[in-house]
Design a protein around this ligand. Structure first.
Ligand code: 9MR
Length: 386
């Protein structure tokens, strides 16, 4: 099911490497491999050298379990210092049926594996506000506009049960995910909007998370990026929401920038300037920043693998250079490491039916130019003070 909404207007830059696209001619050739990962420091080691951490996601649910692809998960352990579950800590996964107990087994298995390898954990997400990502039974609750007490109890049960289960093992929680509609810049509505209010349900979730996960960093996570159109409206809406939360004293501590960027050969010096200014405004609210779900949608690039990989790497480098330069940004997580396991195959396939190549490694687990771009961006970013 394509989610074109998020990709509508992400005009992105191609820097120097992107301009090299024109020279690539071999159809579907694999480009010169990026530097071998084994001879290189891991991405997390490069990140740590600058006071950041690098991480990625793994998932164990469904037919194509990434977690049970053993070479893939060892690659994840080699490159990463932080792990986030792709789906296993979402409300829908933990409690699809209100008549049954919470099921933490899938998340627990992945998290205990990650902790044994010294990885820090991120939780994603306590409230994915849009109705289509809430459990069907939650959407079906009929609170009525005045029954705030019951609505509050449902949210409180979910947030407290989930936070308490994971205790202080989770260093950072995406408390609320994707509350702003990019088409309008306004708050989305869900079953909690009438009885509790739009901003109020978000405020409540953060307060509950603070009470039940006192050690965790509390994050608002969304997919606004640079560029005009929907992205501009989305940025305005997110800034407005965070400003209002701060005014209310909501314990939000950081903005998670998902970073599902889209490769299109468009110049964007103005986009970069505007993005930098917006990141400054967010930090001026006394908020930290994280990149939580980085990948590059290559629908706008040619079929040829060499051209595509060069284009993806160039766009990534441009975006990462600007975004990583934000002084309060200390985490960079990819939404997967190997192309084969990307969500984009199902959600936003290419028009030519060829598989997307959005991640730092190809299906043979060989590093691509995107890995080089990420490594170089980490090398180039200023060091954060301790
Ligand atoms: O990658 C995830 C995919 O496997 C799930 O089917 C989908 C719905 O739960 O969510 C995807 O992850 C999303 C993340 O939770 C929030 N930001 C956007 C991600 C890609 O859609």
């Amino acid at each position: 099911m394509p989610i074109s909404r998020r990709h509508a207007a992400q005009g992105l830059a191609l820097g120097a490497a992107g301009l090299a696209l024109a020279g690539c001619t071999s159809p579907l050739a694999t480009p010169t491999p990026a530097r071998a990962p084994t001879a290189e420091p891991s991405l997390d080691a490069l990140a740590r050298a600058k006071g950041l951490r690098f991480g990625s996601t793994l998932g164990s649910l469904g037919r194509s379990s990434r977690f049970h692809d053993l070479p893939y998960r060892e690659l994840t352990a080699r490159e990463c210092g932080v792990l986030v579950a792709e789906n296993e800590t979402k409300w829908q996964a933990l409690r699809p049926n209100p008549g049954k107990a919470y099921d933490f087994a899938a998340a627990d298995e992945m998290f205990s594996w990650a902790r044994a390898r010294g990885m820090a954990l991120r939780g994603h997400t306590l409230l994915w506000l849009e109705p289509k990502w809430l459990p069907a039974w939650v959407n079906a609750l009929n609170f009525g506009a005045t029954d705030g007490e019951t609505a509050r109890r449902v949210l409180a049960e979910h947030v407290s049960t989930t936070c308490r289960h994971f205790g202080d093992s989770i260093e950072s929680w995406d408390v609320v995910n994707e509350a702003i509609a990019p088409e309008t810049g306004e708050l989305r509505r869900n079953v909690f909007s009438a009885p509790l209010g739009g901003v109020e349900q978000i405020d409540l979730c953060f307060r509950l998370a603070r009470a039940h996960a006192p050690q965790a960093q509390l994050v608002y996570n969304d997919y606004m990026s640079w560029g005009g159109g929907n992205n501009a409206r989305h940025r305005t809406g997110v800034l407005k929401l965070l400003t209002e939360l701060k005014r209310l004293g909501t314990p939000v501590q950081a903005l998670g920038i998902q970073g599902h960027i889209v490769a299109r050969p468009q110049a964007s010096a103005a986009d970069a300037t505007e993005w930098r200014r917006w990141l400054d405004e967010i930090q001026a609210l006394d908020l930290d920043l994280l990149i939580t779900e980085f990948d590059v949608n290559d629908k706008g690039l040619p079929a040829d693998f060499a051209q595509r990989d060069a284009g993806v790497a160039a766009v990534a480098r441009d975006w990462l250079d600007v975004t990583l330069a934000a002084p309060r940004l200390r985490r960079l997580l990819c939404w997967g490491l190997v192309d084969q396991h990307s969500w984009l195959h199902g959600f936003d396939p290419r028009d030519d039916q060829l598989p997307q190549r959005p991640l730092p490694y190809d299906d043979q687990r060989q590093p691509k130019l995107l890995r080089t771009a990420i490594a170089d961006a980490l090398r180039a970013t200023p060091a954060r003070s301790a």
